[in-house]
Write a protein that binds this ligand. Sequence first.
Ligand SMILES: NC(=O)c1ccc[n+]([C@@H]2O[C@H](COP(=O)([O-])OP(=O)(O)OC[C@H]3O[C@@H](n4cnc5c(N)ncnc54)[C@H](O)[C@@H]3O)[C@@H](O)[C@H]2O)c1
Length: 262
Amino acid sequence: MAASADTTTTTPSCTLAGRIALVTGGGSGIGRACCQVLAREGAQVVVTDINLQAAKHTLTLLPGGRQHVAVAMDVRDRSSVEDAMKSAQDQCGASPSLLVNCAGVFIGGAILETDGDSWKKNIDVNLTGTFLVTQAFATSLLENWNDPKGAVVNIASIVGKTGFTNRGGYTASKGGVISLTKTCAAELASKTIRVNCVLPGSIDTPMAAGRSKESRENLMRLIPLGRTGRPEEVAEVVAFLLSERSSYMVGACVEVTGGKAM
Ligand SMILES: NC(=O)c1ccc[n+]([C@@H]2O[C@H](COP(=O)([O-])OP(=O)(O)OC[C@H]3O[C@@H](n4cnc5c(N)ncnc54)[C@H](O)[C@@H]3O)[C@@H](O)[C@H]2O)c1
């Protein structure tokens, strides 16, 4: 067996120094927290969002000042995705080698009442968006080959694994993200791009706001830790999965749920 370097005693504090990380949905919630944690870890961050103003606001929250950039991207639209990838490459001087697919929408509704439009909105942003951005990212990285260690983290959801009442389109889109993660992981590992995903439970973000008192109380009963999560608690796991500290993890689905739906 080949000897490998002992890294246990040489843990760097900046795990992502020198890397370029692109985050979709970086203008809010979990995506914004990912941008903050990745910047703290030393990455140059490309904050993308359909809402450019929100992405620019995230920039103001990042340590490391002017090295970071904000770019508009609608993940549903192939040409918007490709233009944003090119713009990121031009502004950073190299292709991003780290990607967080976080842009998402939640359109609820019972299966018997779900119309084609709300079904399509969930699928277009959450699943097709993840596919389009991953494809453009991997194509750009492999064409330019400026960093031999790519990594992708997809933000799925625990309900993509379990299903949940009154959210059929959303759960199907996130179940699709889980299986897309595994296929991308299998195809891209040999090209030195690791792909994994995170399954958050109930996290306090604008997407989750507006729950009634009753539904919040019901929710708490399902979470062994007895509280909802903070966006940065997801972002810390994302940073780990993007870093070389997780160098043997491929196609994994990591649950960040406070124990909900184990
Ligand atoms: N909050 C939770 O409890 C929770 C739980 C599980 C999974 N998630 C997932 O985490 C991700 C982030 O969710 P959040 O809670 O931070 O939500 P959020 O609403 O705070 O942020 C979502 C971001 O995505 C952006 N976005 C929406 N449509 C887009 C598009 N077409 N192109 C580009 N950007 C677009 C929005 O502008 C927004 O900035 C989503 O994929 C969501 O499904 C959230």
